[in-house]
Ligand binder design. Sequence first.
Ligand code: UN1
Length: 503
Amino acid sequence: MHSFLNNLGIKKENLGGCYGIDNWVGYGETIISINPATGEPIAKIRLIDEGEYNNITKSACSTFKKWRELPAPKRGEIVRQIGNALRKKKEDLSKLVSLETGKIYTEGQGEVQEAIDISDFACGLSRQLYGNTMPSERQSHRLYEQWHPLGSVGIITAFNFPVAVWGWNALIASVCGDTTIWKPSSKVPLCAIAVQHIVNGVLADNGWETGVFCLACGDGKTVGSWISKDPRIPLVSATGSVSMGKKVAENVAKRLGKTILELGGNNAVIVSEHANMDLTLPAILFGAIGTAGQRCTSLRRVLVHSSRKDDLITRLIKAYSSVEIGDPLDPDVRMGPLIDGRAVSDMMMALASVEEQGGAIIYGGKRLRGNFVEPAIVEVPGNVPIVSKETFAPILYIIEYSDFDEAVQLQNEVPQGLSSAAFTTNLTEAEYFLSCSGSDCGIANINVSTSGAEIGGAFGGEKETGGGREAGSDAWKAYMRRQTVTINWGNKMPLSQGIDFSK
Ligand code: UN1
């Protein structure tokens, strides 16, 4: 066992449920977390059963009644301490992220940094949960809105960002006065267990014994479905595939609950005839190969002006050939493995359909060994069916265009709407791309990659991406309930809209 696992409280066998500092449970099925780089087991996890799920949820709901009474800045102070605890464990936790997800160590560090940054953001936010005051149309009346805690929030996260996405949701929700129940991906439960240990330490220091931050490890068919059907949980925030999101949305809608959905992306970069190639190349490389193409913001499509295509392809092939693929913990490596064998076969299946859809693989695309693959560059004649589908792997589709309008249309005609970018030094193109007739995505960048969004902005997208927003800006509002208040401080009873009801 690596020493960093011991430092994080990970044992050979771990319980996968927790609803308070001494309340670890897990007497359901046992699963094994596998290192995607070697295929070797890391540790065992005992998932929770339905009875344990109920106890966790009961604890989260009853703790909510106390947690919401704690003044928001005091909740923020506890979240600030969580940020500091994450800082102390950053190196160990980043290594675990890298070991369990297969992302390279520097990206593991970036991921933990996102959780630290959001704790700082959430702490500041805890003093800024502002409501508006509006002028009342009636004399001696005050009209305003206030934001109250919502309840126990369900958080379903994907394998690719096992720490940061929890942070975006749980740390914001908790300063808002909510308690949380976290169902991490069954592919990376150890990251969640490690985070839970860190959080438990802080809760213990602050005298919070029960379910403020709860953990519920299990698969989508059990825990995911229990959470989404549970009327005790007013909000479910789910990150993952479109098909998972549709199931969650349907279950939550049946009970008229709320969702925050952050689902698939099919992100494009437009490389205009006015692009500065020195900026474009590294941005494309990071977007397409970072996290081995397994970010929802990963770059999937390059829409390139015909005058720049040959030059771009030559430069890209050169850059791709120098990418070191291998052990994600090796500092020279820039691309680790895919998460599992299924991800590899999804990639191979997508590539197999390229030719019959009129495309050509112009670089890479071979399985190397185990879960390691060569990243692929593929030229296609437009958004052919395989391009419209999000394959969670490092396949970069190159599509040629001849005028900027056409590029924007190509960018928008896929079902997903998460992230987008245009590389151009032309003001008219840039402003058009950002206008209401331009990109239809939740994220639109100029001369910046599609991936690597900062936590300060609201994160999420439109169409099949699900419409939810997480992390910064005013995304916090989704974790609270808005109450509109009218106070009559006068001694008359005027009705709104001037109605006279006295005769
Ligand atoms: C995700 O892939 O689910 O923008 C999140 C980025 C990261 C987060 C991605 N900050 O690439």
